[in-house]
Design a binder for this molecule. Structure first.
Ligand code: GLU
Length: 476
């Protein structure tokens, strides 16, 4: 029998979509409209560097414009191609719909290895790519708003924002053309940690439902759970850090580019991150067992597997051997459609990407709103809130004196209660609320419908219904 062919990333997303859409009564025309990618722009541009012209290939794909602007990151990696950006753009559409972020889906990518270039060279390349996209309104506060993704961060976003400003000199909302900017350059507190923070909030919400936890064959809380994390980049690092420092999880393995580290007692995430920064990889880290074949460690025995690196890492080759009863997809598309079938049959519970990693785009939304309103969250109300709290505390103290100081308010309470929320607290509160609400909507379908047996199908069903509703409202 011929080996089963692994579909491409985009085919994989389509297959998962098809599985879900088959359970709806959407008209075939509308079904097709929701599924297909509206447009993908490919650009090849030259930049003179190191005495010669280098040609780069970049993409910006727009999956769905049922809401505008469309939203999604820009990735810098050698593996970038049209199939990949289209798959990622589609996932952005479903992700935004699921967490009720009012954007369509888009994604961009540049085929480049950022580590091969000096900072000033990268700036030139990024600005040139941005120029090509801005010229065509593929970066625009009202139409298409990129953000960081693999290989990019706040530095690249700052260059893009500045490039846009140079080209749209009278646009008062220029800062809203891109999110994930540095905080002192129009960004928002908590955006860098947002995707990892969202993974943490997603897992907390999952563990608030003992019946759901039991379906994965687990019990209790996050405390003491053994977690294997693949990828200690921005997403994996923050997720692993928060889960181990705040929820009592034990990070028993970290998988990186050059291999993996294992420690059943739990790895110190901060120390491993520092080691990678100094040595370029995990090899040689003293407090863990090093395994050269990192991918093999995905099969390590644990409670929760968090793939936070890239797509397709759990596939037809290894799905059967994955032991984790619960997989939380911090990356986009880490499980292929074929692997998804195998895992579902095995009873593995998968918290799907479009939910688990939606924290990034959620806080991007807050940043975009902040940029358009030209004011920091909390600036107007914070002191007023503090003044009202102070009134209550003073009144309680007065009443307490009346009964001979019978109660003692703990000084800690007073201090915490009096302080009005700053931007970071507001961002976290908005993110937490978003992750809880999205889980509820997914869960209603997962647990409420006989024909839905997994969270991913439930997530697709919620998203597809919302996107279809927008198209209907537009008269389509
Ligand atoms: N690149 C991130 C993602 O895949 C963030 C997108 C955004 O903030 O627009 O969700």
């Amino acid at each position: 029998m011929a080996a089963k062919r692994e579909p491409t990333f985009r085919e994989s997303v389509d297959l998962m979509f098809n599985r879900a859409v088959a359970l709806t009564d959407l008209a075939p025309g509308l079904e097709e409209k929701v599924r297909v990618c509206n447009a993908t722009y490919t650009v090849r541009f030259g930049v003179r560097l190191r005495g010669q012209i280098h040609t780069f290939t970049g993409y910006r794909s727009v999956h769905s414009e049922h809401m505008e602007p469309v939203k999604g990151g820009i990735r810098f990696a050698m593996g970038v191609n049209q199939d990949e950006v289209e798959a990622l753009a589609a996932l952005m559409t479903y992700k935004c719909a699921l967490v009720e972020v009012p954007f369509g889906g888009s994604k961009g990518g540049l085929r480049i290895d950022p580590r091969e270039w000096e900072e000033h060279e990268l700036e030139q390349i990024t600005r040139r790519f941005a120029y090509e996209l801005i010229k065509r309104d593929l970066i625009h506060p009202a139409q298409n708003v990129p953000a960081p993704d693999m290989g990019t961060g706040e530095r690249e976003m700052a260059w893009i924002a500045d490039q846009y400003k140079r080209m749209a000199t009278t646009d008062i909302n220029y800062r809203a053309c891109v999110t994930g900017k540095p905080v002192n350059g129009g960004g928002i507190q908590g955006r860098t940690e947002a995707t990892g923070r969202g993974v943490q909030y997603a897992m907390r919400e999952f563990f608030r439902h003992p019946e759901d936890v039991a379906i994965a064959g687990l019990s209790g809380t996050l405390d003491g759970k053994r977690v294997v994390v693949q990828g200690l980049g921005n997403v994996g690092y923050h997720a692993a850090k928060f889960l181990s420092e705040e929820d009592g999880c034990k990070v028993t393995a970290i998988i990186e580019r050059d291999g993996a580290l294992i420690s059943e007692e739990g790895l110190d995430v901060e120390a491993v991150r520092g080691w990678i920064a100094r040595h370029g990889g995990v090899d040689g880290y003293p407090d863990g067992r090093y395994v050269r074949d990192g991918a093999k460690v995905l099969e390590h025995e644990c409670d929760i597997l968090v793939p936070a690196a890239m797509e397709g890492v759990i596939n037809l080759d290894n799905a059967e051997r994955i032991k984790a009863p619960l997989i939380v997809e911090a990356a986009n598309g880490p499980v292929t459609a074929g692997a998804d079938d195998i895992l579902r049959q095995k009873g593995t519970v998968i918290v799907p990407d479009m939910y688990a990693n939606a924290g990034g785009v959620t806080v991007s939304y807050f940043e975009w709103v902040k940029n358009l309103s030209h004011i920091r969250f909390g600036r107007i109300g914070r002191r007023q809130e503090e003044a009202r709290h102070e009134l209550i505390v003073k009144e309680l103290e007065r009443l307490n004196r009346g009964i001979g100081d019978a109660w003692q308010m703990s000084p800690d309470f007073k201090q915490k209660y009096l302080r009005g929320a700053g931007e970071l607290e507001l961002v976290r509160s908005g993110l937490d609320d978003t992750m809880r609400a999205a889980y509820q909507s997914m869960r209603e379908v997962w647990r409420g419908r006989e024909d839905v047996t997994d969270l991913r199908t439930a997530a697709y069903l919620v998203s597809i219904a919302r996107v279809a509703e927008s198209y209907r409202a537009m008269g389509l």
